[in-house]
Design a protein around this ligand. Sequence first.
Ligand code: SF4
Length: 368
Amino acid sequence: MSAGTADGVRVDEVLLAEPRGFCAGVDRAIEIVERALVRFGAPIYVRHEIVHNTFVVNDLKAKGAIFIEDLAEVPPGATLVFSAHGVSKAVRSEAARRGFQVFDATCPLVTKVHVEVAKLSKEGYEFIMIGHKGHPEVEGTMGQLHEGIYLVEDVADVARVQPRGGRLAVVTQTTLSVDDAAEILAAVKQRFPHVREPKKQDICYATQNRQDAVKVLAPAVDVVVVVGSPTSSNSNRLRELAERLGTPAYMVDSAEDLDPAWLDGRRRVGLTAGASAPDILVQQVIARLRELGALSLRKMDGVEESVHFPLPRGLGDRSMAELAAARAAGHAAELDEQDEGDAAASAGATAAGDSAAPAGSARTVDRS
Ligand code: SF4
């Protein structure tokens, strides 16, 4: 039995979803900014929040990152990082035109979708994109083409979309609800029976695995707490999924957001975290739950993830100490020359639609 608290909350057990928290794309994106800061010094400009998490963004701001939405805010000659969500071709071109040194932190699994769109477009395809309007990943993917890509957010949108009538393919945002996307895709296939589907679904391994874990977690607890920022698509989907399964669910950006009233009369608390939420926040929420009387903590069984994406050359092929030493020793000019080539090669690979290196280097995860 729990110790309980003065306000009557009695949490007995905390069940931790597995997997939860950071994915390989988020890990890589944050490391790119951190390494750029060590290598080139502050400020490093980042287009859009590098990942959708308040703690991560504030931490990088404190280290010297400046987050912008409009490239006009970036001074000439600056180093610019594209966020994990990816960018449109127009943004990529503008960055090149303004002469920034660019490092691309677009998740390789988003780049894979961009590459598919570019390749099939050359073969005459138009596209239906399943995703959320206004999300930067959707803007980036739709912005791979000037025309011929139509957004559907729900089943009702499918009836409204008016492609020209030629070859049609479907792509999706990587962080959708797996179940919602399947329902919308079924409606697309019903209206357009010959639509081309991706060989492997666009919803990424991390989104799938975290949703699968909530499907196990939610029925086993009285309430689910999701650590994630309000802007995080995949975190929102985890909360919605738990509620759909009949378990009340709440999102917290930090431990301070945890309202004891949510736990009233609920003795088993399920805890998970979106792909952009760092483990330190999960640990702080656990500490808060212990203050509220939680006696035991149990980790659920789940898929073990081992996906890793390589860093761009010029940042990933030296240790942090070597990057710092190179800068301190005043070798910036020499390394700049080399890195410019690397950054251009990295940006060029995406622009040219060749993501074979990053996507192919990901080790796949068994979701069974
Ligand atoms: S959630 Fe998926 S697509 Fe997004 S950064 Fe992580 S691995 Fe990449």
